[in-house]
Unconditional design. Sequence first.
Length: 474
Amino acid sequence: NTNDGIADALQPLAFLSVLIQAPHSSPKSSVEVKLRFSAEVAVSGGTIGLVPEALVVAPLGFTFSASCGDYCTSRGEIWGTSGQATALLQVLQSLGNTLLDKELRFFVITPAQTPPDLWWVVEARGVGLQPVAWGAVAGFKVNQMQNAAVFYGAVRGLKKAQVVFLFTFSPQDASRAFRILDANAPQGFVLNCRGDALRSLSLPGASHICKRDGTTQAQVLLSEALPPGSYAFALEARLPLSMPSNNTFSLAVREQLTNAVGDAAFGMPGVGLVTLPLSQPTLAWSTAQLGQLSTVTVAFAVSNFTDAVRAILITLPPGFEHRVRKTADVKSSNVKLPLMRGGQDWVDPSSAGHLRVLLEPGDPRIAAGVYRISFPVAMPVSMKQLSSWNIWHFDVCSGRACMTMGSLFAVASFPMAGFLPGDVSAIEQLRQQQAADRYQTEDSGSATRRGVLLLMQFVAIFFLGMAPILVESL
């Protein structure tokens, strides 16, 4: 008796030394597994002979396709009552006449996350296809996509929230065309990837296609294949009014042709929802090139008064630095924002990557209205200074000791999709269009006046001979 509850099923005669590994093990993907087993101890003291066949039992959650390799097949059978999937390895001529001491390769489909029990079991079968030995080994973990994270301002019922995904893509085969992004949010979220709702940020190419949205799922078809690297993109979302029971996100990168997963992250933790009468902050800027100064404006709206905020923290992306040297460098558009009294004390510019705005502790109530905070920012000197994760953050904090994004003092932390040198913000585009419209109107009016003047001169010259007088009167 092996005292493990599996003796009746295996009836082992000898023990196997088993080695199993997978060079790449992304979630919910077909990964190649390398298996080697050898006879360690024969119960009879002899040898176990040839092993033309072996049964492989995978940990719970792993599955096999019907054809799982050159010498691997699966009929979807489960091992006893364990719920664990099995596959059959059978010797081929290229392997000789036994599976012992050979590097065997097959494919297994991984679960979304690493199961609690990672034990693999191998049952070696002799010439009569009867069990002659068995072994077990702790296998490999399911590796989530590196650096995967999600950010959003977790305000109940927030509309037009920016949900930002960060990730590092490391596919098993980089030559395949991975062009599909599948994002999944918790129950109650409504994702939107249409038009300006999708901010591609560091994704390659342009004119990406929103294939599916309007629910907790959004699917984006990229205009070109995604090479290995670090990326960020943002979707628009409407947040639920109540906390989801399973507050996790997932992101998968799939091949367009087969829909196979190249890399993925499941179980990304969401943020607890808070009640706060704030809108999603927006970012505007004056156009600037590398190494130049831009005036950046962060705007937000308060739908009802709140006294839950004691400080505002604006965090800049790597490569950007604010150029606030004195309080006068920061402009607040609305006098109803209760800035800390004392003239020079309401701005903390001590860190070039953060700007802290302090509110009056004795009377911190923010009235309903629209608020804008503007300040000078130095653009990166070179493109090498730009991060793939070009995200600004706007934190509203319950305490003044709010020094870093997402700290314990943050009531809510809102991400804002960043911009590049030379980019024109939506507000700047509107301003330029309005200026162009005014110029066109004025130019059209001038042209009309000139046309009338010429016509009157023509009439005067040819009919009245009064051109000089007419011109002088105009």
